[in-house]
Write a protein that binds this ligand. Structure first.
Ligand SMILES: Nc1nc(=O)c2c([nH]1)NC[C@@H]1CN(c3ccc(C(=O)N[C@@H](CCC(=O)O)C(=O)O)cc3)CN21
Ligand SMILES: O=c1ccn([C@H]2C[C@H](O)[C@@H](COP(=O)(O)O)O2)c(=O)[nH]1
Length: 282
C-alpha cells in the first residue's frame, strides 16, 4: 500500500483523537455562508517521505497531480502572484480585481537579492548552490517576509524549503533531500496537495542538478481538520489503501525553467473515488 496513505491515516487519527478544538474561540477563516470555520488541530506534526522508494500520492482519493504541479510552477518557475498565470481556479477567492494575490508566494521568489557572486532570486540561488556548493548547509528559501505581510491577501502557509545533500554508499550521484516548513495546513484540502507538489519540486531540482531525489521532511506547525471536513476525513481514512503509483518526470528536461505540467505523470495511479465539492474555508 502507498506509504503516504499510512502517514495520512495516522496523522488524521491523531488529530481527531488527540487534537484540540478551536470551537467558540476567535478564528479568522469563515465558510462561504459567513459561519466561523473552526478546526481540530495538532501542533507540531512531522512527516517523512522517502522519494527514492515511492512517490507520496494518496490513493484514498485522487490528488490532482497536474493542477498541483501547475501551482508549484506558478510559484517557483513563473514566480507569479497573478491568478491569470494559473490554469486552475483554486486561488480565485484570495485575488483582487486585477487577479493579484499581493506580495505573496511567487512574488517573493522573484525578488532579487545581493550575494557575493552577484544578484540572484531565491530559486536561482538554490540552483546555483546545488550545482556549485552542494554540501553547503545554507541552501534555503523563505517567503515569509514580515515587511510585506500587509500586502498579502493570505500569508504564505508553506513558507520555507531547506535543501540538504547527502551521498548514499554505492551511488554515483548525490542525493537531494529537503525540509518543507509549513506554519498552517488544511489537512483535507491541501495536505497531500502540498506534499505532492514539493515532492515534484525535489524531483525536478534533483534532475536538473544531476542528483537523485532523497527524503522530503514535512514539518507542520498547525495541522488542522476543519469542522465541516471531519465526516469526510472519517470516511476517507476508513478506506483500504492501494499500491503507490510510479512517478514519471520527462528525463529530457535539464533546465528547471523548461518544465511544464505535462512533464509530470503518475503511472498506474489507482485511487478510490473522489469526494466532490469539498468546501474550502476562506
Ligand atoms: N482553507 C484553505 N485551505 C487551503 O488548502 C488553501 C486556502 N485556504 N487558501 C489558499 C490555497 C488554495 N488551496 C487549494 C484550494 C482548493 C483546492 C482544490 O479544490 N483542489 C481540488 C481540485 C483542483 C483541480 O483539479 O484543479 C482537488 O480535488 O484537489 C486545492 C488547493 C490551498 N490553499
Ligand atoms: O498551500 C497551502 C495554502 C493554504 N493552506 C491552508 C492552511 C489554512 O487552513 C489556510 C490559511 O489560513 P491561515 O489562517 O492563514 O493559517 O490555508 C494550506 O494548507 N496549504
Amino acid at each position: 500500500m502507498s506509504y503516504a496513505d499510512k502517514v495520512f491515516i495516522d496523522m488524521c487519527r491523531d488529530i481527531i483523537d488527540n487534537g484540540t478544538d478551536t470551537r467558540g474561540e476567535k478564528v479568522r477563516p469563515k465558510w462561504e455562508d459567513g459561519t466561523p470555520a473552526y478546526t481540530i488541530k495538532r501542533f507540531g506534526v512531522v512527516n517523512r517521505y522517502d522519494l527514492s522508494r515511492e512517490f507520496p500520492a494518496l490513493t484514498l482519493r485522487r490528488t490532482a497531480i497536474k493542477s498541483c504541479t501547475d501551482e508549484l510552477l506558478w510559484i517557483w518557475q513563473k514566480k507569479s502572484n497573478n491568478i491569470n498565470d494559473l490554469h486552475s481556479h483554486i486561488w480565485d477567492s484570495w485575488a483582487d480585481e486585477n487577479g493579484s494575490i499581493g506580495k505573496a508566494y511567487g512574488y517573493q521568489l522573484g525578488v532579487k537579492h545581493q550575494y557575493k557572486e552577484g544578484l540572484f532570486d531565491q530559486v536561482d540561488r538554490v540552483i546555483y548552490d546545488l550545482k556549485n556548493n552542494p554540501y553547503s548547509r545554507r541552501i534555503m528559501t523563505n517567503i515569509y517576509v514580515h515587511q510585506d505581510l500587509h500586502e498579502m491577501n493570505l500569508y504564505p502557509c508553506a513558507y520555507s524549503m531547506t535543501f540538504n545533500v547527502t551521498k548514499k554508499e554505492g551511488h554515483d550521484k548525490l542525493t537531494l533531500n529537503a525540509v518543507l516548513n509549513q506554519r498552517s495546513n488544511d489537512v483535507l484540502t491541501a495536505n497531500n496537495w502540498n506534499v505532492c507538489q514539493y515532492a515534484v519540486l525535489v524531483h525536478m531540482l534533483a534532475q536538473v542538478c544531476d542528483m537523485e531525489a532523497g527524503e522530503l521532511v514535512h514539518v507542520i506547525a498547525d495541522a488542522h481538520i476543519y469542522d465541516r471536513h471531519v465526516p469526510v476525513i472519517e470516511e476517507l481514512i476508513a478506506r483500504e489503501p492501494l499500491p503507490a503509483p510510479k512517478f514519471w518526470l520527462n528525463p529530457k528536461v535539464k533546465d528547471f525553467y523548461d518544465f511544464t505540467r505535462d512533464d509530470v505523470k503518475l503511472i498506474d495511479y489507482e485511487t478510490h473515488e473522489q469526494i466532490k465539492n469539498i468546501p474550502v474555508a476562506v
